[in-house]
Design a protein around this ligand. Structure first.
Ligand SMILES: [Zn+2]
Length: 158
């Protein structure tokens, strides 16, 4: 009745749909093995940070990962990508970590930018350049606004 998974050597019962399984592997191992052998065009949508596996979906008005929360991702290959449709697949099993190494990091973004995306004016996901210049310019603007605001406050007090 029980099958033995050739990857993790654990017994398991095939109680998921047949296409969930890769060869004789258990559900979990099949899941990660399929991720390892992902089609090349999907590779650029793959995000692995700290052993956690994510996929960027297309811009869509349909259901979005993390409820449409915005993420800025800096890939080890130099790409910086902004997405509002990131899906989480889970923590990669230890035995597959070496074949699914981290490929990116999340760039912290300002609170007001974290709000859900409410429009989609780009083809798929937004490819943007290095963020440092944009942010520093924005930071300066924010500083100016805060200074003005504080200035007004002072005037009101006087
Ligand atoms: Zn297994």
């Amino acid at each position: 009745m029980n099958n033995i998974c050739p990857s993790c050597k654990k017994p398991f019962i095939r109680n998921h749909t047949p296409e969930s399984y890769l060869d004789e592997n258990c559900f979990d191992c099949s899941f990660w093995l399929k991720k390892i052998t992902m089609p090349e065009e999907d590779e650029k949508r793959r995000v692995i940070v700290a052993g956690q596996h994510y996929m960027m979906g297309a811009n869509t008005s349909g259901p979005r990962g993390f409820g449409g929360k915005r993420f800025v991702i800096n890939f080890n290959d130099g790409r910086t990508v902004e997405t509002c449709n990131l899906w989480f697949q889970g923590e990669i099993s230890r035995q597959f970590r070496a074949r699914l190494p981290d490929n990116a990091r999340f760039i912290p973004i300002k609170m007001e930018k974290m709000k859900m995306c409410d429009f989609f004016d780009v083809e798929d996901w937004m490819i943007i350049g290095p963020l440092s210049e944009d942010l520093s310019e924005e930071e300066k603007n924010q500083k100016q606004i805060e200074d003005d605001f504080n200035q007004e406050d002072d005037d009101t007090v006087v």
